[in-house]
Ligand binder design. Structure first.
Ligand SMILES: [Zn+2]
Length: 77
C-alpha cells in the first residue's frame, strides 16, 4: 500500500541526499533532479545486464578495469 505524502513535505533524494519538496498528489519523486534519476536508471540497467553475463578469468579483470575507467569519466564539480 502506497502512503500519501502531503504536497510541500520535504523529501530527501535517495541518491545524493539533497532535500526537495514533494509536488505530487500521487507518487512522490525519489530523486531531486533528472541527473540523479537518470544516473540511477542507467546504473540499475547496467547492473541488471552485466550480471547476466558470465565472464571468465582474464576477461573479467579487463572488464573490471573498463568499468573503473568509465567511472572516472563521470563529471564532478
Ligand atoms: Zn539527488
Amino acid at each position: 500500500m502506497c502512503k500519501n505524502i502531503p504536497i510541500g513535505t520535504e523529501l530527501k533524494c535517495e541518491l545524493c541526499g539533497t532535500s526537495f519538496l514533494n509536488f505530487s498528489n500521487s507518487k512522490p519523486r525519489s530523486y531531486c533532479s533528472d541527473n540523479c534519476k537518470d544516473f540511477m536508471k542507467f546504473k540499475n540497467a547496467m547492473e541488471r545486464n552485466l550480471l547476466k553475463i558470465d565472464f571468465q578469468g582474464k576477461t573479467a579483470n579487463q572488464i573490471k578495469g573498463d568499468l573503473f575507467r568509465v567511472a572516472n569519466l563521470i563529471k564532478c564539480n
